[in-house]
Design a protein around this ligand. Structure first.
Ligand code: MTE
Ligand code: MO
Length: 209
């Protein structure tokens, strides 16, 4: 007897959401050019509906002095590749919420990057213990094309919800669509239920468009 022609397929990786495939290596994907990092003028701001009603900002040294955490997580691009098992290090979004508390009534945040890229998140997704303002992957500082000096990582959502080159977090009392959410992508972006496009949204998943 030779080998059966009907070998079972290898079981797919349980970390893969439906419709995704494993990507080896780490492609860089973004809209527009890679910004140049300018240390003296760089800051990371928290603005909008803060509890103090004041804007907060960290310069590069100040941000790098914040307490750091590590999260192992997968990256799922809506174009269907997933980069599995990344070890991200950085400042947890929950720490940002502790250091700069939102005002009562804040329900969403907008995370802003260089050149006006943005992504909106429910406060609960931003506050999730896995959500990180990442500076390193697998022990190495992010390269420019992957978001140096800081990118957001939101493991439980498609990766467009994680802006590279983050410059600000806006606390909001109502939801508002970010860059891709205004351009036909799903407001919530849960890869496990394949929330890819805005036409799949149920009433209440996002603000009217
Ligand atoms: N500033 C910015 N961040 C971005 C994007 C972008 O176009 N601009 N693209 C997003 C998308 S769609 C993906 S899949 C990931 C890709 O991250 P990577 O290039 O590190 O793989 O970055 C996200 N963050
Ligand atoms: Mo993506």
């Amino acid at each position: 007897m030779g080998q059966s022609k009907y070998e079972p397929l290898p079981p797919s990786d349980p970390r893969l959401p439906p419709g995704q495939r494993v990507q080896r290596g780490w492609p860089a994907l973004h809209y527009g050019p890679v910004p140049r990092f300018k240390p003296p003028s760089w800051d990371l701001q928290v603005f909008g509906a803060t509890a103090s009603a004041e804007k907060h900002s960290w310069d590069f040294a100040g941000f790098n002095a914040l307490p750091r955490t590590t999260v192992v997580a997968d990256l799922h691009c809506v174009t269907k590749f997933s980069v599995l098992g990344n070890t991200w290090t950085g400042v947890s979004a929950a720490a940002v919420l502790d250091l700069v508390p939102p005002a009562p009534g804040v329900t969403h945040v907008m995370v802003w990057a260089e050149y006006g890229y943005s992504a909106n998140l429910r406060l609960a997704d931003f506050a999730d213990p896995r959500t990180l303002l990442a500076t390193h992957r697998n022990g190495e500082a992010l390269t420019a094309e992957h978001g140096f000096p800081v990118r957001l990582v939101v493991p439980q959502l498609y990766a467009w919800k994680g802006p590279k080159w983050v410059r600000a977090v806006e606390y909001m009392r109502a939801d508002r669509r970010g860059f891709w959410e205004e351009r036909g992508y799903h407001n919530l972006a849960d890869p496990w239920s394949e929330q890819r496009y805005s036409y799949q949204e149920d009433p209440g998943d996002g603000p009217l468009r």
